[in-house]
Design a protein around this ligand. Structure first.
Ligand code: MG
Length: 284
């Protein structure tokens, strides 16, 4: 960020098709930073990266994280996530490790500082084969990314904070941290978000500002994502905890719906974050 603003506000934006708001909406909102979802790995070419990089540079918008996505992932139910998402499912793992490397090349060509990964469900049993295989997979990817100066931030949500912390400690690579999404802790039913944030604080590298309400069957059925400030996260406490942890990075709003309502909700989210930032930073 040119002026090194503390906690600049950002939004999850799309490049090409894909979820997130368009560059036009980011510009209308006047936001200086974005997270983006990488295109399919076969589209992650050097030429396309250059095109996207030029577009964002012209708009003076900084890409602060590039999220990996893999073919045949389903977020329909929590059980579907368990079976299909990220590097956790063993049958697709090797292919997805290769896709992650291509996405890392793409992120480096974009000039972004790192990758965000939804790694999938990490086993609570650190003695299990799945836990050990995922540790090896992440070590390999961390080394690949480290050579290009990239970090890897794991999205929170699927597992509780203790399991994720154990995993981060076991992988034990300096460029591995978390992208803390407080709403995901609620939506997946994996733990009270503020407590989880404190537990993972040493690994906090980036965050999503997203809100949601608990389901009646946490961990079995999805909670409900809501506009920022209308869910159970307690956004003010979330921000004050981030500040307490010394976090100064972007506050990247994520609103996982589409269309005009998405842009409206994000606009309101920006106002809420600006108000809370002013209140909390003036006090600090
Ligand atoms: Mg998120």
């Amino acid at each position: 960020m040119s002026d090194r603003e503390i906690m600049p506000i950002g939004v999850f934006a799309s490049i090409g098709a894909g979820p997130g708001v368009s560059l036009e909406v980011v510009q209308q909102l006047g936001l200086p930073t974005v997270h983006v979802l990488a295109p399919r790995s076969d589209l992650c070419t050097e030429a396309y990266a250059q095109e996207v990089r030029n577009e964002f540079e012209r708009a003076r918008i900084e890409i602060t994280l590039v999220f990996c996505s893999y073919s045949e992932e389903s977020y329909e139910t929590i059980a579907a996530v368990q079976e299909t998402v990220g590097l956790a499912p063993p049958t697709t793992r090797d292919d997805r490790i290769e896709q992650t490397r291509r996405t890392a090349d793409f992120a480096a060509a974009l000039g972004a500082p790192g990758l965000g990964i939804h790694v999938g469900f990490i086993s609570e049993d650190r003695g299990s084969a799945q836990f050990g295989e995922l540790v090896r997979a992440l070590r390999g990817l961390c080394e690949y990314c480290s050579a290009m100066g990239l970090c890897i931030n794991l999205e929170t949500g699927q597992e509780n904070a203790v399991t994720l912390l154990r995993f981060l400690q076991e992988v034990n690579r300096a460029n591995l941290g978390v992208n803390f999404d407080p709403a995901n802790m609620i939506l997946y039913g994996s733990g009270e978000p503020i407590r989880a944030l404190r537990k993972l604080g040493a690994y906090l590298r980036s965050c999503h500002c997203k809100d949601g309400t608990w389901s009646e069957k946490p961990g079995e059925e999805w909670g409900l994502e809501t506009p920022l400030g209308e869910g159970d996260v307690e956004i003010e406490t979330f921000l004050s905890t981030l500040i307490g942890l010394g976090y100064e990075g972007p506050l990247t709003i994520e609103r996982e719906i589409s269309g005009e309502q998405q842009a409206r909700d994000i606009g309101e989210g920006v106002k809420l974050l600006e108000r809370l930032k002013k209140k909390l930073l003036d006090r600090a």
